[in-house]
Design a protein around this ligand. Structure first.
Ligand code: ZN
Length: 389
């Protein structure tokens, strides 16, 4: 039951048009019994009305090989609905349009005033993902875009692989989109826009107000019926851009977290190494150090504390005092080298041999506290190059 037939004088007739697309009335053709031919197999055709009153054409003889024969009323309704939607958007709608080379035949080929072509395909029979992809590519090779439609209860698995729309059945009144045209907000990610008519959806697709979008980072879009559409769905270009920005931002944030973790990890390793070196170099045990710490805190303040050994203070351990929210280095314990800091920052050692070593290292007058754990004493000395005084 095709919608198109070839007329000797008027050319291609389109039964979904009031004037059959060529300025003649249905009645004229219906009554005239003019010779009509199938645009696909060139077999003879007649003009008819279906039980429901739908004007269409039928093959005069059984033609099992013709692609337009044996079409269901359901498919005819689909083509009629799609053609109506395309025309409502101001596009030309050519039914059963075939490529000159025979590579494709569109249920409805929508053609914009500027010549852009978009095939609207009602895919009611089962099809594999490979087949639908191959057919989509054949359209693409001729610069024809395509949108596939289906109205069965559950969305078909292939629908996420190609630009497609899952729509309600014509029997349920005005056809509306089930899945999916979605909008995006960074708060609730993708949500399907509810209650869009087929006419509006086709109009938006033709006008480029929505485009196929493949979601890679967020879970799929949730449709009003609860179906989750993953893979490809339709959205406005600005939503696609916003989602892309958000994905990029999240990716950058995650990368920054990884970098920070690596930096912290390497800082932690460096600190562990510095402690290990400090204990090995000074030969100090933990009990000895704790006593030294207690003596120093008793003399220089309870709220002072030693930090990790650092190259900034000759591999010694800086003693910090809190000054408001900031920390100030008030002394350095057991450095291996002296730096400029030694001109103003006192040194802490644990015995007299260590005090003598500081005198060997000294390049200026430097204050040295001897906090001796064995004697429990705290004394203040000065060293200068070559001497203690
Ligand atoms: Zn035919």
């Amino acid at each position: 039951m095709p919608f198109t037939a070839q007329h000797a004088e008027h050319g291609r007739l389109n039964a979904t048009h009031p004037d059959l697309g060529c300025g003649v009335s249905w009645e004229a053709i219906h009554r005239a019994r003019a010779p009509l031919h199938c645009p696909a197999c060139e077999g003879q055709m007649v003009a008819r009305r279906s039980v429901l009153g739908l004007p269409h054409f039928a093959h005069r003889r059984r033609t099992p090989d013709c692609p337009l024969a044996g079409e269901s009323v359901e498919h005819l309704l689909w083509k009629s609905d799609l053609a109506t939607a395309a025309r409502a958007a101001g596009w030309d709608a050519v039914l059963e349009a075939a490529a000159p080379h025979g590579g494709w035949r569109a249920d409805v080929l929508a053609v914009s005033p500027g010549g852009r072509r978009l095939a609207l395909e009602a895919q009611l029979s089962p099809i594999t993902e490979d087949d639908v992809l191959e057919r989509t590519e054949r359209y693409a090779a001729d610069e024809v875009e395509v949108c596939w439609f289906d109205d069965r209860e559950r969305p078909r698995p292939w629908m996420t692989a190609v630009p497609s729309l899952h729509v309600t059945k014509a029997a349920e009144g005005r056809r509306s989109v089930r899945g999916v045209i979605a909008r995006y907000t960074t708060e609730d990610a993708w949500s399907a826009v509810a209650d869009i008519s087929l006419d509006d959806a086709v109009g938006w697709i033709l006008e480029g107000r929505v485009a196929p979008h493949e979601e890679r980072y967020v879970q799929g879009a949730v449709a009003p019926g609860g179906d989750v559409y993953r893979g490809r769905f339709w959205t406005a270009p600005r939503y696609a851009a916003a989602a892309e920005d958000e994905a990029t931002r999240r990716h950058a944030e995650q990368h920054a977290d990884e970098v920070r973790w690596e930096q912290e990890e390497s800082a932690r390793k460096a600190r562990a190494g510095a402690y290990k070196q400090f204990w090995a170099r000074t030969g100090i045990g933990s009990a000895w150090w704790q006593t030294l710490e207690t003596i120093v805190q008793g003399a220089l303040g309870d709220d002072t504390f030693f930090g990790a050994p650092t190259a900034a203070y000759g591999d010694g351990r800086p003693l910090y005092a809190k000054e408001g929210a900031r920390l100030r280095v008030v002394a350095v314990a057991l450095p291996a080298r002296l730096g400029v800091w030694a001109e103003t920052t006192p040194i802490v050692v644990d015995d007299v041999p260590a005090l003598n070593r500081m005198a060997e290292l000294a390049f200026c007058d430097t204050k040295v506290f001897v906090a001796a754990p064995d004697a429990g004493s705290f004394e203040c000395w000065w060293v200068r190059p070559g001497g203690v005084y």
